[in-house]
Design a protein around this ligand. Structure first.
Ligand code: NI
Ligand code: MN
Length: 225
């Protein structure tokens, strides 16, 4: 499985010929100005919630890729109103797809659409595909619901927000690794704005000190999971 980081909480997972794009926010991010969005391909676009830093490029990339857009029902209603017909609405629950299983899970955050319309509840995802289990927490604070995931899954990699202020910070993410019983974390949602700036060296050493692994690929970098 390949993971390509596009900044903030946007990334592409590629496994067994299928491409999953998460939370498309690239063009408004000055840190991602070297990313050519016209080259992005996707079979599925997964959306955690309606905030602009997760969906700014959603409509354009949905049209460009013809990907199936998957997310919370209220977010999908908004997406459909933008003229996107290939949508799969979910709520907190599990569904079988041709790529494997996908569960939407609780995120402690908020959600509204760019036009102010209701975005339903924010969410995270557990994706089971190509023999791996990936947890993307979305935007969330540390929350006790994460403990359920350790009962339900053997998570291989957790993609967690670490920038603080709006979400978990690095210390919270370390606690989350215990809740979800996964020591391999890819950090997202940091350094895009001043309110979520972190000391990345300190973050890496905090994880190392607890014998856990924190991956912080550069924007545009691809790593093998
Ligand atoms: Ni948000
Ligand atoms: Mn956000």
């Amino acid at each position: 499985m390949k993971y390509t980081y596009y900044g903030q909480s946007c990334f592409l997972l590629e496994a067994e010929g299928k491409k999953f794009l998460f939370d498309p926010f690239i063009k408004p991010n000055p840190l991602a100005s070297h990313i050519d969005t016209t080259a992005i391909q996707a079979d599925y676009i997964l959306v955690s919630h309606g905030h602009g830093d997760h969906i700014a490029d959603l409509v354009e990339l949905a049209k460009q890729t013809n990907a199936k857009v998957i997310g919370m029902v209220e977010v999908m209603d908004w997406v459909a109103k933008q003229g996107i017909t290939n949508v799969h609405p979910m709520n907190f629950g599990k569904q079988k797809f041709d790529f494997g299983n996908l569960r939407m899970v609780w995120a402690t955050h908020s959600s509204s659409m760019p036009d102010g319309s209701y975005g339903g509840n924010p969410a995270g995802f557990v994706l089971e595909t190509a023999g791996k289990t990936i947890y993307f927490a979305g935007d969330t604070s540390l929350n006790a619901d994460m403990k359920i995931l350790a009962d339900l899954y053997k998570i291989d990699y957790a993609i967690l927000p670490i920038g603080g202020n709006f979400t978990m910070d690095v210390d919270d993410a370390l606690v989350a690794t215990k809740y979800i019983n996964c020591d391999q974390v890819i950090g997202v949602h940091y350094n895009t704005f001043s309110l979520i700036e972190i000391d990345t060296e300190e973050a890496l050493s905090k994880f190392t000190r607890e014998n856990k692994k924190l991956f912080l690929p550069a924007i545009g970098e691809t790593i093998e999971l």
